[in-house]
Structure formats: structure tokens, C-alpha cells
Write a protein that binds this ligand. Structure first.
Ligand SMILES: [Zn+2]
Length: 309
């Protein structure tokens, strides 16, 4: 199947106009970030990457897709208004065949919020075994029953063969949350890493949801070393002006940023500074100018991890 970028853009744009108002769409922000932390989101766009795999970007985490004669798969579901645009675009390109599997890389609302939109079209929604419970715990009180949860879970890895593509979902251990997995498209050599990478921007650090910065660093190393120089990675988020796809170097840069945060906070604890002095010191780390000053939530996560484990 061949689609030009122009066709994708044109279709996405038409669907956007038909399905949701522009203002409504732009008002949506990821549920996991504090108000005011999220920059304006780009308009919904389909972008092919390699073989039959590509991404859908807009408000919420980056959605990955495989659309081939052998099957259809979706990685993460964004948030409802955007998910509807994404599903309509996928249906158009797949002649509305059922989606063989939808993956949730983790439980956050900007990655699972569209599960309900995809539910009727999806044969299964796949996630690491703790994702449904984390999603339930993070849900706004009273909305637990209306959330749509993964129905197929795994503890270590899960695999599917769709036509000429083999897909592996792999749990990476506590990292951005306590339930992160990556989804590897073996034939295309593409890995969707969910929110293991916030490319060149301040990450969301969800300690109640099981975030471990030390674990996150190890996970990035394992994923980067588990693939090769040609592997293309899909990231959950990127700072405006930076890509939501990249290479091993981007994974290791994210690792180095997290390491620098831990090192900086560790040094300040050792120097006898108070918690408040440390978490409210909004400073830029050397070598990470694109990230800007480290925000309080990231410093707090580092402080708590270093002082309480
Ligand atoms: Zn997240």
C-alpha cells in the first residue's frame, strides 16, 4: 500500500473538520500533565514511516499503526476526539477491516483514553498485566466503570504475527510508570517506546503510578541495546519543533537527561540542601539546553526516589 504524505495530510484535515471542532480538539490536553505544562498540539496527521507502519500525531501520545493486507494493529489510542479521527483514517486505509490488536504502552489517559473509541473495531486490547489496575487507580473518581481496559494482558512479553509482520510487546520494568512496555515491529524494525522518551522536553514522572527514574534509565539502555543502528523509534511525546521519531541516540540522550537529574539532586542532598531548596530550584542542566530548566515535578520525583526509594 502506498500513500503519499499529501494524501495523508489531506484526509486527516478533512476528517478533522468533519469529526471535531478545531477549538475543541486543541482544548484537549494529556490528563497526566499539570495544567499549563503542555504546549499547543499539532493538528492530527498520518505519517508513514517504513513498510506498512506509521504514526498518527495530534493531541495526546503518538499513536502507531500497522495497516497491511495481513492485518491491522494500533499502538496507543490517544484521547477520544483524536482517536475518532485516527480510527476513521485507519478504516479508510484498511477498507474497514477489524483491527487485530490494539496495544496500550502504559495506562495514562493520553495513551488509553481512546480505548473506548477503538473497542468495537478491535479484536483485542493488549497491555502489560498491571496496566488495567493502574488505569483504574488513576481514573477520576466515578469514572472507573466507564473506562475501557485492556482485555488481553501479559507479564513479560506477548507476540502476534500479522501477515509478514511479527509484533512483540515487551514489558520493560518500572520506568515512566510501573507498567511500561514497548512494541517492536520486527519486519519493519520499528519500536514504539511509549513515554520512555519525551523527546527534548520535561518528562511526566508518575510516582503514584510506579515511576522509577533509575528503572527508566535501565529500561532505555536495555531497549537501545536490544536493537540495531537501523531501528527507528516512535516516542510518546516531543517538544514542539522536535520529532516524535528518532534513533538509538535519542533514547540514550533521554537516559542521560534522567541520569543528570538524579546526579544533580543527589549532589544537592549531599550538600545538605532542603527538599524545598532542591525541588524549587529551576535550573537548566549542562548539555540539556533543549529541555530547558528542570521542572518541579521531575525534581520532586528524583528527590523522593533518592530519599525514600
Ligand atoms: Zn505517560
Amino acid at each position: 500500500m502506498n500513500w503519499s504524505r499529501r494524501q495523508f495530510l489531506a484526509t486527516s484535515s478533512a476528517l478533522l473538520t468533519a469529526a471535531v471542532g478545531r477549538v475543541e480538539l486543541f482544548a484537549q490536553q494529556p490528563a497526566t500533565a499539570p495544567p499549563g505544562q503542555q504546549p499547543a498540539q499539532p493538528p492530527p496527521t498520518f505519517t508513514p514511516l517504513r513498510r506498512n507502519i506509521g504514526i498518527f500525531t495530534g493531541a495526546g501520545g503518538t499513536i502507531g499503526w500497522l495497516i497491511s493486507p495481513g492485518g491491522v494493529a494500533v499502538v496507543d489510542t490517544g484521547m477520544p476526539p483524536n482517536a475518532s479521527v485516527c480510527l476513521a483514517g485507519i478504516n479508510e486505509r484498511s477498507s474497514t477491516r477489524p483491527i487485530d490488536c490494539v496495544f496500550n504502552t502504559h495506562h495514562h489517559g493520553d495513551h488509553t483514553g481512546g480505548n473506548g473509541v477503538f473497542r468495537a473495531s478491535a479484536r483485542k486490547i493488549v497491555a502489560y498485566v498491571r496496566v488495567p489496575e493502574l488505569q483504574k487507580a488513576a481514573a477520576k473518581p466515578g469514572t472507573e466503570a466507564s473506562q475501557v481496559y485492556a482485555d488481553t494482558t501479559f507479564t513479560d512479553r506477548w507476540q502476534a504475527k500479522l501477515g509478514d509482520e511479527t509484533i512483540h510487546a515487551v514489558y520493560v520494568g518500572p520506568a515512566h510508570t510501573g507498567g511500561d512496555s514497548v512494541v517492536f515491529f520486527e519486519g519493519a524494525n520499528i519500536v514504539h517506546v511509549g513515554d520512555l522518551v519525551f523527546n527534548r522536553r520535561q518528562p511526566v514522572t508518575d510516582r503514584p503510578g510506579g515511576c522509577s527514574l533509575a528503572g527508566w534509565i535501565r529500561a532505555l539502555e536495555r531497549v537501545a541495546n536490544g536493537h540495531d543502528a537501523e531501528t527507528r523509534y516512535i516516542f510518546g511525546h516531543a517538544k514542539p519543533g522536535f520529532d516524535v521519531t528518532g534513533t538509538k541516540a535519542d533514547l540514550l540522550y533521554q537516559r542521560d537527561f534522567l541520569s543528570a537529574v538524579l546526579d544533580s539532586v543527589r549532589a544537592q542532598i549531599k550538600a545538605g540542601k532542603s527538599r524545598d531548596e532542591i525541588v524549587k530550584a529551576s535550573v537548566e542542566l549542562k548539555g540539556f539546553a533543549d529541555h530547558g530548566p528542570v521542572v518541579e515535578r521531575v525534581l520532586t520525583a528524583a528527590y523522593e526516589e533518592l530519599t525514600t526509594g
